[in-house]
Design a protein around this ligand. Structure first.
Ligand code: SF4
Length: 353
């Protein structure tokens, strides 16, 4: 476990800020490079985005979600106006944040199945998706204070961060917010042991959280039962790419709601989180290396003639054991993803409001 010396309220030194800005810039440039390749060199772009970045992301969110919160290139783009003092810095209400969280979860379930028909095989379409999300993110991000509207609101990846980043063992400095303006409560970055159901302030929060925990494992399982269909030719194909993810989503949601009556919610969230990420790698790792259920789909490199199949089987069993140990059985530390900076309003802090 990393014993980071910063604690809540500590400020970053100018040297640390410089280092984080350099890292953020480098990761941002990698993001631009991927975008450029998706448009002008789609084969490379698709490998870089769908077959390297996206497969690495879930594991990163499990073991070090704070790293991603600090360096995500989309977050850096969204928060750039705020760093320059150009944001309107409006405050969202609880209900508005709940609505944004719910839209994010629905968008995740609506867009991901389209990978099978469009995005996994079409670099420019993937670039268009990323650019559309960036435009939406910059519009909302430059209107509302710090991460409230996008990074902790409307970003579909944020819903996954809250599900996978349950057992944080690495608390990093907050490389974006200079001070805490309480733009979102509870702040996902700075609240220890945050989970998708930590906030039940409104019905929107409750539905978004329940959907994310209950539906995600089944959704992932269903997604991997569908082959790629290059280009949508009709409504039948649309039904095909949505059918299995939606069946999976429905089954595990019902299971979660039933089990919630019997078991402690916190334990169930951890089990469903571990099940979701394990299921992802159970199918994704074989597909990446040429051992997939649908040969060629989502393949990075074909190692099927080089390595025996039992090796990939052992690997997916090992990743499953690791994720269940990390998320369900390992010790819960009182650590947030990143350290909360000093409150902007000290008086409010002293009053404990
Ligand atoms: S640390 Fe404070 S200002 Fe930054 S995102 Fe969290 S609540 Fe908002």
């Amino acid at each position: 476990m990393v014993n980071y010396s910063l604690k809540s309220g500590d400020q970053l030194s100018s040297r640390s800020i410089l280092i984080w800005r350099i890292v953020q810039t480098l990761v941002w440039l990698v993001g631009v490079l991927i975008l450029f390749n998706l448009i002008f060199n789609p084969t490379i772009g698709i490998h870089l985005f769908w077959n390297i970045l996206i497969p690495v992301a879930p594991a990163l969110l499990v073991v070090a979600v704070g790293v991603w919160r600090n360096v995500c290139p989309l977050a850096s783009t969204v928060l750039f106006p705020r760093h320059l003092g150009l944001s309107k810095r409006k405050k969202l209400t609880f209900a508005q944040i709940g609505k944004l969280n719910l839209v994010a979860v629905i968008a995740l379930f609506a867009v991901v199945p389209l990978r099978h028909a469009i995005f996994d095989m079409n670099g420019p379409a993937t670039a268009l998706l990323i650019m559309s999300l960036t435009i939406i993110a910059v519009i909302v991000g430059s209107r509302y204070e710090w991460k409230s509207a996008w990074c902790s609101g409307l970003c579909p990846v944020h819903a996954v961060e809250k599900l996978y980043g349950l057992k944080n063992k690495l608390s990093l400095p907050n490389a974006h917010c200079d001070k805490c303006y309480r733009c979102v409560t509870p702040c996902p970055d700075t609240t220890p042991a945050i989970n998708p159901l930590s906030s039940k302030k409104t019905t929107y929060h409750k539905i978004a959280g329940t959907l994310m925990v209950g539906a995600f494992p089944g959704f992932i399982w269903g997604w991997f039962q569908v082959p790629d269909y290059p280009g949508i030719t009709g409504i039948e194909q649309l039904i095909l790419i949505y059918k299995m993810p939606m069946i999976g989503l429905f089954v595990t949601s019902i299971l979660f709601l039933v089990l919630k009556k019997i078991f402690q919610e916190k334990i169930l969230i951890a089990i469903f989180s571990a099940a979701a990420v394990s299921c992802y790698y159970w199918f994704r790792l074989p597909a990446l290396f040429g051992f997939g259920v649908f040969p060629g789909d989502g393949m990075l490199i074909d190692l099927s003639a080089t390595f025996p199949e039992w090796l990939i089987t052992v690997t997916v069993f090992a990743t499953t054991l690791f994720f269940f140990w990390w998320i369900v059985f390992s010790k819960q530390h009182k650590m947030s993803w990143v350290v909360r900076p000093d409150y902007a309003d000290k008086e409010v802090e002293l009053m404990g409001v």
